[in-house]
Design a protein around this ligand. Structure first.
Ligand SMILES: [Zn+2]
Length: 396
């Protein structure tokens, strides 16, 4: 999939690479003889619960708990738990893990947690005791053979620093993808892990960006302004002067045809301020294109990416004409949506300009991103631009 706006704007800035490819999901191969495809995955978490059917009665609280052995991968035999009668019991991956706000994720140091001591050497058999429906942290305990027992609720205390500082693990990229220890920028102190239920909705928020495929009106505008800038536009200081110059100089009017006075004036100001190659936000470019486009943009062809026609607003009823500046009927539109990363605990949405904060705590999709997964949406739409005075009036 090709979208130059993505590659140039996002590739370099957001993902810190020169160019990024966009790949659509592969089509499922129906041919049974086709070579098998797929992706490699890494095992995570590496702690498991043995599916035994045992309960444990707490004489203090007079409550019955379901109790299951909690085991690291290394203690399994052929991927199963060997019980005291040497029978193999199936296991399931534990649903509790630890993660930091930068997206790093790792297994909870269960021995350190249950003994409330990171230096503790006890390696007794651990068990997870679940009371009630198993959803209330206050009724979930971890206990060790040595009789130590601790509620999982201890790990849910905000800023409780119960789980260890984040060591930058990225198991989704493999064991060699570990980053340096996490430091919270605002304090310069270690970033602590938080308890995360790996199947919960806050475990993964994909971060996506969307742009509309547009003919590069910016390039067209710059070319048009270039053609008359030195001779006629360089010394202009107000929008009114530009209007006057356009009415007096037919060359200026001809060369700038199709562009509104406002966008030409903005381009002149940009040049006068020395901001020739200033970065424009995604939405700014989209709005400028729709505001400044000639009456017809693009071609009405099958599979076309963009085709729009401006409606003549002079024929509108006075009631509408007084507040509407422009109506563009977009008959063909292609929106490209790409995933650029993800966050945990909280979703991070693009701002009003369609941009993502580059300082945001985004977890990377790859060690070195050369491509991102993307899809395209084809559709149509109507763009209505209200007069500035009207909006200012509304906001009063
Ligand atoms: Zn971290």
């Amino acid at each position: 999939m090709f979208c130059d706006r993505f590659s140039s704007q996002l590739g370099s800035k957001l993902l810190e690479v020169n160019y990024v490819n966009l790949y659509a999901p592969p089509v499922d191969e129906q041919d049974p003889r086709a070579t098998r495809t797929g992706i490699n995955v890494f095992m995570f978490p590496t702690w498991f619960l043995a599916q035994v059917k045992e309960t444990w009665y707490d004489t203090k609280t007079k409550k019955t708990f379901r109790t299951r052995p909690l085991l690291p991968w290394g203690n399994l035999v052929s991927g199963q738990y060997l019980n005291s009668e040497k029978k193999k019991v199936p296991v399931v991956p534990v649903r509790f893990v630890q993660a930091c706000v930068k997206g790093h994720i790792s297994d909870i140091h269960w021995y350190a947690f249950v003994h409330n001591d990171s230096e503790n050497k006890c390696r007794g058999q651990l068990c997870l005791d679940e009371g009630g429906s198993g959803n209330d942290f206050a009724e979930i305990y971890v206990h060790c053979e040595c009789k130590k027992r601790r509620p999982l609720a201890d790990a849910t205390v905000r800023n409780g620093k119960v789980l260890v500082p984040c060591q930058g693990h990225r198991p989704w990229l493999g064991s060699f993808a570990q980053q340096p220890f996490c430091i919270r920028e605002s304090t310069g102190l270690p970033e602590y892990n938080r308890l995360l239920v790996r199947s919960a909705s806050n475990a993964y928020f994909s971060q996506i960006l969307s742009v509309i495929s547009l003919p590069d009106s910016d390039a067209a505008l710059q070319k048009a302004v270039n053609s008359v800038y030195e001779d006629f536009l360089k010394k202009i200081t107000t929008l009114e002067q530009l209007t006057l110059v356009k009415s007096l100089m037919s060359k200026v009017a001809t060369n700038l045809e199709g562009f509104s006075n406002e966008v030409v004036w903005q381009e002149i100001q940009r040049r006068q301020n020395g901001q020739v190659n200033q970065h424009k936000s995604i939405k700014q470019v989209e709005i400028e294109t729709l505001l400044s486009s000639p009456v017809v943009v693009g071609e009405d062809i099958p599979e076309g990416d963009f085709y729009a026609r401006a409606r003549d607003v002079s024929s509108l009823k006075p009631k509408f004409a007084s507040c509407i500046e422009r109506i563009v009927l977009v008959h063909r539109l292609r929106e490209v949506i790409a995933q650029v990363g993800f966050t945990r605990f909280e979703a991070e949405m693009p701002d009003i300009d369609g941009e993502l904060d580059i300082s945001v705590r985004r977890a990377a999709l790859d060690i070195e991103t050369t491509w991102v997964p993307a899809i395209e949406n084809k559709g149509e739409g109507v763009f209505i631009a209200f007069r500035k005075e009207v909006i200012e009036d509304w906001l009063k």
